[in-house]
Write a protein that binds this ligand. Structure first.
Ligand SMILES: [Zn+2]
Ligand SMILES: [Zn+2]
Length: 78
């Protein structure tokens, strides 16, 4: 594992042919990283820690993630 990694496939359209410098999906324009929505969280202290695409809540503080806030994570899976 290197510290620079290719983003996970786009959460919205599933486009996977992304580059390690990609920040936005070239197909649908969705931001490719999921962050904690709580500005006071340790995750956002200095640098924004990138959470896995499927995280709905921050594992450090329990706040909603930006993906959940923006309606990018479907709510149907229990
Ligand atoms: Zn996309
Ligand atoms: Zn948090």
């Amino acid at each position: 594992m290197s510290d620079k990694c290719i983003p996970e496939p786009c959460i919205k359209c599933n486009y996977e042919d992304l580059n390690e410098y990609s920040e936005y999906c070239p197909i649908c324009g969705t931001y490719l990283f999921n962050h904690c929505s709580n500005d006071m969280c340790d995750c956002n202290n200095g640098e924004s820690v990138i959470l896995p695409n499927f995280y709905k809540y921050c594992d450090a503080c329990g706040s909603q993630t930006t993906y959940l806030e923006n309606g990018l994570i479907p709510d149907f899976e229990e």
